[in-house]
Design a protein around this ligand. Structure first.
Ligand SMILES: [Fe+2]
Length: 354
C-alpha cells in the first residue's frame, strides 16, 4: 500500500489571500462555524476572469469557517459541481495526483462513480438492521467526518440537494478547531500525544462477504486501496491551510484511540462526545430550504450529522462529490485557532457583513 507524504509547510496560510471575495456578501452564521454567501451564482465564479483567485480565496474561508453555504444554485449541475470541488482542492494545494472519491460499494456507482447519491432510503436498506421496535434514543453515531478510514481522507465535500422533504432533514456541523480549544492545556497535550484507528466495520464486513460487489480502489488517492478500510491518524491534526490544530479522533468512522485500554478509549471518546453535545455554540445547523441549496465543508476540521427526522415526512436526496487530500499530520509548532487569532472576532480575511 502506498502512502502520501505530509506536506512540509513553514507558514500558514501557504498562499496569500487576494481579497477577491471582498465584494461579495457573506454572513457568519455563528461566531465559531459556518458562513453563508448571499446572492452568488457559483457557476459565474467558475467563469470569472479571476476565477482561480476566487476559488483559492474561498478555500481559506472554508478552512477557517468549516462549512460554507450557497442557496438556490439552480444552474449547478453534476459537471459544474465537480469542477467547483476539484478546482478548490487543486488550487488550495492538495496532492496533485489526488482526485475524487469513488464509493466502495459498486451499487453506489451510478453513471458517474465520482458523484455519490446521498439517499438515506437507499443507505438505510443497505446498512441498517431492522430495529427491535423500541424507541431510538440516540443519534450520536450519525456524527462523522467523511471516510476518515482512508489513509488519505477527504478534504472538501460538496453536497447539492435535489429532493427535499416537507420538513426536517437538516444537517449539523461541529467545529474540530473549537473542540480542541475547549480542552484544558493538560488535556490538549494528552490528546495531541495520541493516534486513533479509523475504521469502517460496515464496509469491511460487507467486503469480506461480497468482495465482487466492492471497488478496491484507488479511491481518489494512490494510498486509498484495498478492502480493509482502516487507518491510523493523529488524534489532533494540523490543517494545512490555516495551520490550526483540530480534533480529529471522533465520530462514527473512528473506532478507538491507540495504545490505551478499551475502557480508556471509550472515556476519551466520550469526553469529545460530551463536548459536542454539551456545547451548541460549536455547532451550526443548516435547514435546506430549496432544491439547489449547496454546502461545501472541510472534513479536516469539522464533523457533521444529518437529522433522521425526514424519514417520516418524505424523501431527501442530494448529490455529493468529495476530493481527497493529504495524509493527516500534526505539526508540533502549529497553534490552536484561539492561540493564532485571539478568539472571536477571528481575524478572517474574507467574511464581512454588508
Ligand atoms: Fe457524511
Amino acid at each position: 500500500m502506498g502512502s502520501v507524504e505530509p506536506p512540509t509547510q513553514q507558514s500558514y496560510p501557504p498562499f496569500p489571500d487576494t481579497g477577491s471575495l471582498k465584494g461579495f456578501k457573506s454572513i457568519p452564521l455563528t461566531p465559531i462555524i459556518g458562513t453563508e454567501f448571499k446572492d452568488v451564482d457559483i457557476t459565474e465564479w467558475l467563469r470569472a476572469p479571476n476565477s482561480d483567485d476566487i476559488l483559492r480565496d474561498l478555500s481559506l474561508v472554508i478552512a477557517q469557517r468549516g462549512v460554507v453555504f450557497f442557496r438556490n444554485q439552480h444552474k449547478v449541475d453534476d459537471v459544474s459541481q465537480k469542477e467547483f470541488c476539484r478546482r478548490i482542492n487543486e488550487l488550495s494545494g492538495a496532492p496533485k495526483e489526488n482526485g475524487f472519491y469513488k464509493h466502495s460499494l459498486l451499487a453506489m456507482h451510478g453513471a458517474d462513480p465520482e458523484m455519490g447519491k446521498v439517499d438515506p432510503d437507499r443507505l438505510k436498506a443497505m446498512y441498517l438492521k431492522p430495529d427491535n421496535g423500541m424507541p431510538r434514543q440516540t443519534h450520536l453515531k450519525e456524527w462523522h467526518t467523511d471516510s476518515s478510514f482512508e489513509p488519505a481522507p477527504p478534504t472538501f465535500t460538496v453536497l447539492r440537494m435535489a429532493v427535499l422533504p416537507e420538513t426536517g432533514g437538516d444537517t449539523l456541523w461541529a467545529s474540530g478547531y473549537e473542540l480542541y480549544d475547549r480542552l484544558s492545556a493538560p488535556y490538549k497535550a494528552f490528546y495531541e500525544s495520541l493516534t486513533a484507528t479509523h475504521y469502517s466495520e460496515g464496509l469491511h464486513s460487507y467486503a469480506k462477504a461480497n468482495p465482487d460487489k466492492m471497488f478496491s480502489g484507488p479511491r481518489g488517492a494512490a494510498s486509498n486501496v484495498g478492502l480493509e478500510y482502516k487507518s491510523h491518524h493523529p488524534a489532533v491534526r494540523t490543517h494545512p491551510l490555516t495551520g490550526w490544530k483540530s480534533l480529529f479522533a471522533w465520530g462514527a468512522n473512528c473506532l478507538a484511540y491507540d495504545n490505551v485500554t478499551d475502557e480508556e478509549s471509550a472515556q476519551l471518546m466520550d469526553k469529545i462526545s460530551r463536548l459536542v453535545l454539551d456545547n451548541q455554540d460549536l455547532q451550526v445547523r443548516f435547514h435546506w430550504e430549496n432544491t439547489g441549496d449547496l454546502a461545501i465543508w472541510d472534513n479536516r476540521c469539522t464533523f457533521h450529522s444529518a437529522t433522521s427526522d425526514h424519514f417520516v415526512v418524505g424523501p431527501r436526496m442530494g448529490w455529493r462529490c468529495m476530493t481527497m487530500g493529504e495524509k493527516p499530520f500534526l505539526d508540533p509548532n502549529s497553534k490552536s485557532r484561539n492561540e493564532a487569532t485571539g478568539g472571536w472576532p477571528y481575524k478572517l480575511e474574507n467574511p464581512s457583513r454588508h
